[in-house]
Design a protein. Structure first.
Lengths: 304, 120
């Protein structure tokens, strides 16, 4: 890394104006110099960073020891990313880190916050080191800044992706829990629906119901939606389709428990209610189903 | 492809195979009605258990078969529609409206027995 200045003094050129030729370092050289500096001062810079994290009151869900441990591995990954520019590895690391700390209650803003703090701490150390050589400082920053920003971005994205994965997993678990198809008599199934039905859940309900009709050889199905507060056009149409598909398998569907709001929605959007067999409540639905199946309920003795 | 048509008393049972071409379906439409005439059947059960897809042409043909057979005074029951097929059909709006359906052959025969009992 030499700087060579040509002045009229040492060149033999006649009457040429002063020319300054500066041989600049290649970006990769600068990066290497930068990385070397960060590795040399690792202990001190990491300590400074941890202090800043505590001052800014981030990662309050973690103990000081835990913060220190994580800080060490994050610092090393950060510097390695600067050196190798292997951002996929960094993203994998970020997702892995997120998997560990999300259950501890760490929020997105905290993760982004600490990465930015590290960027600041490292930048300051560069200012300090190259304060006498402003031009060099600028070149170092030219190499450092895009890489540092990309790192911050990568870590944030990795964290968010992990959160989204967890959310999807939980949604899947909820969906599986909440769509039981229950046989209450020979040839009679009940499908009690509770909560919010989105198109995806509606689809899953239908698939489960149709499979249940075939497995249990059901002739009547009571779909109870007492536990459903509201329904939009898509889901309402899906309900009609479920009724039609069940008929193709030879089963009659009775829908019970329509709330006033849902009744209003269905009428307003003009769903073909002729295709739907509805009864007020679940009890009425079961009684009608029993009639359709030829059951008769008789009281043998007074309840004790 | 020949579709086997079996006779069980007053009921004809036609078992559709998995991959029926449009030509096969057209052939069947005529063939089934001719058989109803020949044997003076009161009902036809069309078993589509083996069909894993049902397109709009097949669906329309089934409806037409049922309507033509009804003109001969006989009843048609479609049995064995698979859950995945039923789901796909209703999404395409193919509801086989006006045609009786049942879960399988056993159910189809039970349905017809009930029907004949009440009409006799």
């Amino acid at each position: 890394m030499s700087k060579r200045e040509l002045t009229s003094k040492d060149s033999g050129t006649r009457g040429n104006p002063r020319v300054e030729i500066v041989r600049s370092e290649a970006p990769s050289e600068l990066l290497r110099e930068l990385v070397a500096h960060l590795r040399q001062n690792r202990t001190q810079l990491r300590e400074e960073w941890v202090v800043r994290i505590t001052e800014t009151r981030l990662l309050t869900a973690m103990t000081k020891e835990e913060i220190f441990a994580e800080a060490t591995s994050v610092y090393d990954s950060y510097v390695e990313a600067l050196e190798t520019e292997a951002f996929e590895a960094l993203q994998a690391y970020a997702r892995n880190l997120s998997e560990r700390i999300i259950p501890r209650g760490v929020e997105t803003h905290e993760v982004v916050g600490i990465v930015l703090l590290l960027r600041d701490v490292l930048a300051r150390s560069l200012f300090a080191k190259y304060q006498t050589d402003f031009k060099k400082l600028n070149r170092i920053l030219d190499a450092y800044e895009p890489a540092a920003n990309r790192i911050a971005n990568t870590v944030a994205v990795g964290f968010v992706q992990e959160r989204e994965r967890v959310i999807r997993q939980q949604q899947e678990a909820i969906r599986e829990l909440s769509t039981p198809v229950l046989q209450v008599r020979e040839r009679l199934l009940i499908l009690p629906i509770i909560g919010v039905i989105d198109p995806q859940r509606a689809r899953q309900l239908t698939e489960q119901l149709l499979r249940g009709i075939r497995t249990n050889r059901a002739k009547v199905v009571v779909i109870d939606i007492t536990g459903v507060a509201a329904m939009d056009v898509t889901v309402a149409n899906h309900l009609v389709q479920t009724v039609e598909a069940s008929r193709l398998l030879g089963a009659t569907v009775i829908v019970t428990g329509l709330s006033p709001e849902i009744a209003q929605t269905l009428v307003t959007i003009g769903v073909d209610l002729g295709k739907m067999n509805t009864v007020g409540d679940l009890q009425g639905g079961i009684e009608q189903a029993e009639r359709l199946l030829g059951y008769k309920v008789v009281t043998l003795a007074e309840p004790r | 492809m020949e579709v086997p048509i079996l006779k069980q008393g007053e009921v004809l049972i036609a078992t559709f195979q998995a991959a029926l071409s449009d030509a096969d379906l057209n052939h069947l439409r005529m063939g089934l009605v001719q058989q109803v005439v020949k044997f003076r059947s009161r009902a036809v059960i069309v078993d589509v258990t083996a069909m894993d897809v049902m397109d709009s042409f097949a669906s329309r043909t089934l409806r037409e078969i049922a309507l033509m057979i009804r003109l001969r005074g006989a009843e048609t029951v479609i049995v064995g529609i698979q859950p995945e097929v039923a789901f796909a059909m209703v999404q395409l709006g193919l509801t086989l409206e006006g045609v009786a359906t049942a879960l399988d052959l056993e159910e189809g025969l039970a349905y017809l027995n009930e029907k004949f009992k009440t009409t006799n």
